[in-house]
Design a protein around this ligand. Structure first.
Ligand code: CYC
Length: 161
């Protein structure tokens, strides 16, 4: 995985030059947002289970998807869906801490669309669930940190689209 620091320093190192201007500004913004990121990661970690259940209630429950014939039926598939959502939340939180989406590409999105397609997991419903997760997370962590998490949850949505 990469983070904002390595993504900024590595190219400078390859050229043997000091960081300047925009690169230093990017690092400054990253360091200044550090406390916000760490606080949000702690809040999300502490309430991950309830974030997932609220997300599911908001987006997937009470529809055909949990009934016979739906992709969240029976319990085995329901559990796989909850597990996938917990992966999305945890990896988006890592990416938010690093301010870099590469961990999502490497660990979550690589081959996911193909896997879902071969198993008949509906992409539209998955995207709706991630949209709901954005709202639930923002409600928990506040607007500023929520905006940061949105970047990485949107990255998952884009990777599935
Ligand atoms: C299945 N989700 C899977 C599978 C993988 C992942 C690999 C197939 C293997 C298995 O069942 O475990 C996803 N695995 C991951 C990811 C990682 C990983 C992301 C990275 C850490 O290691 N079905 C719905 C909902 C949605 C859903 C809309 C939840 C949002 O209708 C998810 N994923 C879902 C379901 C299955 C699945 C139901 C089981 C499908 C089946 O076996 O028929």
């Amino acid at each position: 995985m990469q983070d904002t620091i390595t993504a900024t320093i590595n190219p400078a190192d390859e050229q043997g030059i000091y960081l300047e201007g925009e690169q230093l500004d990017a690092l400054k913004a990253y360091f200044q947002s550090g406390t916000l990121r760490v606080k949000a990661a702690s809040q999300i970690g502490d309430s991950a289970a309830s974030i997932i259940s609220e997300t599911v209630a908001k987006s997937l429950l009470y529809g055909d998807i949990t009934c016979p014939g739906g992709n969240m039926y029976p319990t085995r598939r329901y559990a796989a869906c909850l597990r996938d959502l917990t992966y999305f939340l945890r990896y988006a939180t890592y990416a938010m801490l690093a301010a870099d989406a590469s961990i999502l590409d490497e660990r979550v999105l690589n081959g996911l669309k193909e896997t879902y397609s071969s198993l008949g997991v509906p992409v539209e419903a998955t995207i709706q669930a991630v949209q709901a997760m954005k709202e639930v997370v923002t409600h928990r962590v506040g607007a500023d940190a929520g905006q940061e998490m949105d970047v990485y949850l949107d990255h998952i949505i884009a990777g599935l689209s």
